[in-house]
Design a protein around this ligand. Structure first.
Ligand SMILES: Nc1nc2c(c(=O)[nH]1)N[C@H]1C(S)=C(S)[C@@H](COP(=O)(O)OP(=O)(O)OC[C@H]3O[C@@H](n4cnc5c(=O)[nH]c(N)nc54)[C@H](O)[C@@H]3O)O[C@H]1N2
Ligand SMILES: Nc1nc2c(c(=O)[nH]1)N[C@H]1C(S)=C(S)[C@@H](COP(=O)(O)OP(=O)(O)OC[C@H]3O[C@@H](n4cnc5c(=O)[nH]c(N)nc54)[C@H](O)[C@@H]3O)O[C@H]1N2
Ligand code: SF4
Ligand SMILES: [Mo]
Length: 736
């Protein structure tokens, strides 16, 4: 008999509602849930691939122990014991920092990992903490920390009421949107265009740019000049208006003074965007009552990511588009993430309290930049990483100089991976601890409700019960914590017993508490938005399987500012200081001298590095190709389909070329997350479409010095026709 379940897709930030039909333990179909108040039936092809993931014979179902290059399944108790003993041994011998940890992106989509991950970090007590954050949204967090006083206060475009939407370095039609949960992006962008305009600034004419009202090619890494010029024009023409926020906003004069030397003519030379166009856009932005500037990965993961994140916020503030309908706003999620984070010891943030051992890169919020990870493993000395725990991450494919990291992982004394694939990273682990499949766990979007374009809330119980003997991520994490505390302080110590008690509590009870204490819950006394206040609990949500609509975003300032930082700072010192570095970049060799600049390319049928084993996503044409402008191709004798070798300072990769004026001259584009042909990887489908890894080319010396974010966009490379042999045979790291 078939049964319908209502669920939520955990793959990207769009958080689409799903209707999953099952028969016994089998998936019959996966479709969009048209009654989901946020996604209204929208899904993309990746949702269907959840079935492939669920049924994937390569997905690990038992803990695995490595013996040399072979693997054997072992019982959970042994696996958890051995994992903790290994980590404990290294910490006892070499100190807490000798165990490193890397947390990957899927953690953000995993309720249990979100709730209990912070406890593991606290238990390990290592300063060698890394995550995908520093190859992603770190600049937004740094800007939020400095400007609003909290690293997690993210302004989100109020998409459905906005009339002018300026997108800088994001491709929501392929990515589904990021720090902007808005399923059904094509419809939402089309509706903006019916009301007004969508303008895209991107070195590539992306899917989003092609559908927009206007697309401006920008030279990779130069956006800060463009954004400063917008501020410059707005200030010069007296168009600035802080509106209602003026009484608690500081630094406007310092911001305008900082932008003064960066006018549109100067920006035009560097960015390639016409000065007149910049002036027109500045006026349009200031004079359109409902407008928003938005930037994402292309604006973040480049050398001036911090400046961009700051300037984007600043532009929304000085044009009176901040915390106002149709501008950027702060969602009011049902679980107040800021209070919840505080409960888990995650505070407002801090920066530069300590630095990485080798290069002295600053920590942010307790994390060190991922560009430092390989050297922290390889370079000898006190504080070196000798053991590593990875949790839902594949840094070999997602962090610059992945080839070096790959080699470094092979030199570790001990490594444990919590992951359900034997992939490029986990192949180095001594133990792999696999959690259940996404369809076998409860789902609640703690993070993404807090960055959604509309306030909604939804709890999705697991579609399938957990198989006998399987474990959730949170059970694995708490199992490790309990054992570590037992080894350190004895099995009856308070810390060990506490961890065991939490195993009995689990995520549901904590979520229920979060909902009851949140702005729509029974026990809530503070700021009340519209919507069904005083009603929400887990029980309410269980009765509403499609989710609950809590209404449009409502103004939240100044109430949402932390009391330790009761104002908005338009001109934080750290950012002002970084402008000297920006100015100096003008004197660097131009594109003519340094060849080509490599940028990334997210694709609809791909999800970072880890859905390439889903047959239904991998069918069709080859996707790990290098896009190149016809003029650059012609001078190199390159044609579509030719095998080309890309060389950067740190590495080399061979793929097929795709010649197209979709990219601007001087720019080439390659998707990341490929390179599945390394020995020992157990991904049979992915291996047939191995491609090459972008991050074998990305250079760990290229990063945003302000925030430590990796600059995986704008990597100088050269491209040449490769001698004809199979692409996979040609990838090899080279010495700088
Ligand atoms: N060149 C370049 N590099 C980039 C980017 C880019 O644009 N260009 N983008 C960056 C960005 S934005 C990000 S977020 C990072 C992503 O970087 P990572 O998070 O390091 O990489 P993913 O590819 O997301 O790998 C996720 C891993 O988690 C496992 N996994 C999936 N679901 C679960 C789960 O529920 N539990 C557990 N335990 N494991 C699970 C998968 O098998 C896989 O091994 O990459 C960054 N790297
Ligand atoms: N299908 C799919 N969806 C995804 C993911 C995925 O891998 N596949 N990953 C998810 C994750 S982890 C994230 S963080 C989000 C990311 O979501 P987005 O940020 O929307 O995704 P990207 O495609 O990386 O968009 C970055 C854009 O910046 C452009 N760009 C590169 N360099 C520059 C530059 O110097 N300046 C400017 N202005 N633009 C530049 C690129 O051409 C690209 O179009 O997507 C999420 N959704
Ligand atoms: S857009 Fe994102 S959340 Fe929606 S179905 Fe696709 S992968 Fe899942
Ligand atoms: Mo990301």
């Amino acid at each position: 008999m078939t049964r319908a379940h209502f669920s939520t897709c955990p793959l990207c930030e769009a958080c689409c509602g799903l209707r999953v039909e099952t028969e016994g333990r089998r998936v019959v179909s996966i479709r969009g849930d048209k009654d989901d108040p946020l996604s209204q039936g929208h899904v993309c092809p990746k949702a269907m691939a959840l079935q492939d993931l669920h049924e994937d014979p390569d997905r690990l179902r038992h803990p695995m122990r490595r013996r040399g290059s072979s693997w054997e399944p072992i019982p959970w108790a042994d696996a958890l014991d051995e994992a903790t003993e290994g980590l404990h041994r290294v910490q006892r011998k070499h100190g807490r920092d000798a165990v490193g940890i890397y947390l990957g992106n899927p953690n953000a989509h995993n309720l249990g990992a979100m709730l209990f991950g912070p406890l593991l970090l606290r238990t390990l007590g290592t300063r060698n903490r890394y995550s995908a954050t520093s190859v992603d949204q770190l600049p937004h967090m740094a800007a939020s920390y400095h400007m609003f006083g909290h690293q997690l206060l993210f302004p989100v475009p109020d998409l459905d009421r906005c009339d002018l939407f300026l997108i800088v370095g994001a491709n929501p039609l392929a990515s589904g949107g990021s720090i902007m949960t808005a399923p059904g992006m094509r419809r939402r962008l089309r509706e903006i265009q019916q009301r007004g305009r969508v303008v895209v600034v991107d070195p590539r004419r992306t899917e989003t740019a092609a559908a927009a009202s206007e697309h401006l090619f920008v030279r990779p890494g130069t956006d800060a000049f463009f954004l400063l010029a917008l501020v410059h024009v707005i200030a010069r023409e007296g168009l600035a208006n802080l509106g209602r926020l003026e009484p608690f906003t500081t630094g406007a004069r310092a911001l305008f003074a900082a932008a003064e030397p960066f006018g549109p003519e100067r920006a035009a030379v560097v960015t390639g965007i016409d000065a007149a166009v910049i002036e027109r856009l500045a006026r349009e932005l200031a004079m359109t009552p409902r407008a928003a500037v938005y930037g994402r990965v292309g604006a973040c993961t480049q050398r001036f990511g911090g400046l961009n994140a700051w300037l984007i916020n600043a532009l929304n503030l000085i044009t009176n588009h901040f915390d106002r309908p149709g501008g950027v706003m702060f969602p009011t999620p049902a679980v107040d993430v800021l209070s919840a984070a505080k409960g888990f010891g995650i505070g407002r943030g801090h920066m530069g309290r300590w630095r990485s051992r080798i290069r002295g890169l600053p920590e942010f919020g307790g994390e060190l930049p991922a560009v430092a990870m390989a050297e922290e493993i390889v370079e000898p000395g006190e504080g070196r990483i000798r053991a590593l725990l990875t949790q839902a991450g594949n840094p070999v494919l997602s962090v610059p100089n992945g080839a070096k990291l790959d080699e470094a992982l092979g030199s570790l004394e001990f490594m444990v991976s919590v992951d359900f694939y034997l992939n490029e990273t986990t192949r180095h682990a001594h133990l792999i601890l696999p959690p259940v499949s996404p369809l076998e766990r409860d789902h609640y979007d703690l993070i993404f409700h807090a960055v959604a374009v509309r306030n909604t809330t939804k709890f999705s119980p697991a579609v399938f019960p957990k198989p006998a003997g399987a474990k959730h991520d949170w059970e694995i994490l708490l199992g490790l914590i309990a054992r570590l505390e037992a080894l350190r302080h004895g099995p009856l110590s308070r810390a060990a017993l506490q961890a065991r008690a939490l195993l009995a509590v689990g995520p549901r009870l904590l979520l229920d508490a979060g909902l009851r204490l949140g702005p729509y819950g029974k026990g809530f006394a503070g700021f009340k938005p519209g919507g069904p206040a005083g009603k929400l609990s887990l029980a309410t949500l269980l009765r509403q399987p499609h989710g609950v609509d809590l209404g449009p975003l409502v103004p939240a300032m100044p109430e949402r500012l932390p009391k330790e930082h009761p104002h908005i700072d338009l001109a934080p010192q750290a950012f002002l200081r970084d402008l000297a570095r920006l100015a100096a970049s003008e004197d660097e060799p131009g594109p003519k001298e340094h060849g080509l600049l490599l940028i990334g390319r997210r694709q609809l049928r791909s999800n970072n590095s880890w859905m390439h084993n889903a047959p239904r996503l991998m069918s069709g044409r080859e996707r790990c190709t290098l896009l190149m402008h016809p003029s650059d191709a012609a001078t190199r004798g390159i044609h579509t389909g030719a095998s080309v070798t890309i060389t950067s300072r740190v590495g080399r990769a061979t793929v097929r070329a795709e010649v197209s004026d979709e990219v601007m001259p001087g720019v080439v584009s390659l998707p990341h997350g490929f390179g599945h042909d390394r020995p020992g990887v157990r991904l049979r489908v992915a291996r047939q479409h191995a491609g090459a890894s972008f991050n074998d080319l990305a250079d760990p010396e290229l990063y945003d010095e302000l925030t430590g974010t990796a600059a995986v966009n704008g990597v100088p490379v050269e491209v040449e026709l490769s001698p004809s042999c199979s692409p996979s045979q040609q990838r090899s790291p080279i010495d700088p």
